[in-house]
Design a protein around this ligand. Structure first.
Ligand code: BG6
Length: 375
């Protein structure tokens, strides 16, 4: 392998898809945004979505179903649809949902999220949703997949081919697609005024550069991992829109480094997980300076007072003097709503560098496959 000697690029950066796919995110985001935002009118157009505003407006409930990383995207989607489109929303793990007796009807829009479009549990959940009277919209990354054929409607996450078993760019693109869909639903339901719309769209156009800025901190994150890769247990904490991101960060670490990592809502800490806290249990607190920042500062202080080590993911404008975390990973300042699209990125890098330092195969982790067609 050429690596450091000749190219100056570390060996691992030449040899795996995961890092390549992490770094493809800004350009893929540009393509999606440019493809769905008309330049002149700044109008959001999801052209391939064959659901009219009238049809969108007819729904009274939105349900998100998925597995693994795709479920985490759906959990963010639920919160976005509640806050942006002011519609009743829920999310569920496909393998649990398919065995429920869900109370759905024709006014329910069931949104399945599946990168591969062949996850058996999600296909079964889509069938359960359709049999319960819901309209099924699939957000997928593979044209002609079983999920896209079964769904009533389709909207691509447009991530491009993703080889690494651990989902990274497909997660970011699922989130972007869900965010755009929530805005579209909000416009159809008149739940967002033009000022809020313009503000969201203007901020969205800056997203690719914000992600690039985060990727530029990879050396700092790699150095951090030189210290943390030896630990065998991690907790990830987040609130509201960043709770699913905490789950996703923990999943990424589990998947590729085989370290035991759990994600929790920050508020759950005192209801059990605090008993785990000691110097051997690093805690990643996802605390972009949103409306929950002060509560997350308290969470950090409580963990540090128990002898725990904290890595905090914060917005660059946050007041670090009051942040007792051992390590701070800064991300560009954003609205609360946009924060999941930013906080996910450093957690991808954290998992990647820890796994590399542990000598793990980041593209083909043991016991895992890119999709699980059986349910
Ligand atoms: C797992 C993948 O097998 O399935 C995860 O390793 C993925 O990355 C999960 O999130 C769900 O897959 P899909 O294709 O339905 O999004």
């Amino acid at each position: 392998m050429l690596g450091d000697k000749v190219t100056g690029i570390p060996n691992h950066e030449l040899s795996n898809f995961m890092l390549k796919e992490i770094h493809e995110q800004p350009s893929v985001l540009v393509d999606i945004i440019e493809g769905r935002l008309s330049r002149d009118s700044n109008k959001l157009e999801l052209l391939e979505l064959n659901l009219s505003d009238q049809q969108l407006k007819s729904f009274e409930t939105v349900l998100f179903i998925g597995m693994g990383t795709s479920l985490h995207a759906g959990m963010v989607g639920k919160l976005w649809f509640e806050r942006i489109a002011a519609i009743k929303a829920e999310s569920d793990n496909s393998s649990e949902f398919k065995d429920r007796n869900p109370i759905l009807n024709k006014k329910t829009l069931a949104i399945s999220i599946s990168q591969s479009g062949e996850t058996g549990d999600t296909l079964s959940a889509m069938k359960t949703a359709k049999e319960s009277g819901a309209t099924v919209l699939n957000i997928g990354n593979v044209e002609g997949s079983p999920a896209s054929k079964f769904a009533d409607h389709n909207l691509s996450m447009a991530a491009g081919k993703e080889i690494s078993v651990a989902a990274t760019k497909s997660f970011e693109c699922s989130l972007l697609t869900l965010y755009m869909l929530a805005i579209k639903m909000g416009l159809a339901r008149n739940s967002i005024n033009s000022a809020a719309y313009n503000s969201m769209i203007n901020e969205l156009s800056k997203l690719p550069k914000m992600v690039t800025k985060i990727l530029e901190t990879k050396t700092q994150i790699e150095e951090l991992c030189s210290y943390y890769y030896k630990y065998n247990h991690f907790l990830y904490l987040g609130r509201n829109l960043n709770f699913p991101i905490a789950l996703e960060g923990a999943l990424k670490l589990k998947e590729i480094s085989y370290i035991h990592a759990e994600g929790y809502p920050s508020g759950e800490l005192k209801h059990g997980p605090m008993a785990l806290i000691d110097k051997n249990m690093p805690v990643v607190v996802v605390m972009s300076s949103d409306s929950f920042f002060s509560r997350n500062l308290n969470t950090v202080s409580e963990i540090v007072s128990q002898g725990g080590k904290v890595i905090s993911v914060v917005s660059e404008d946050s007041d670090t003097r009051s942040n007792k975390a051992d390590n701070v990973i800064s991300i560009p300042k954003s609205s609360d709503l946009l924060s999941p699209l930013l906080t996910a990125i450093p957690l991808q890098l954290l998992a990647y560098y820890i796994a590399i330092k542990r000598g793990c195969n980041v593209d083909q982790p043991r016991n895992l496959t890119k999709s699980v067609p059986t349910d």
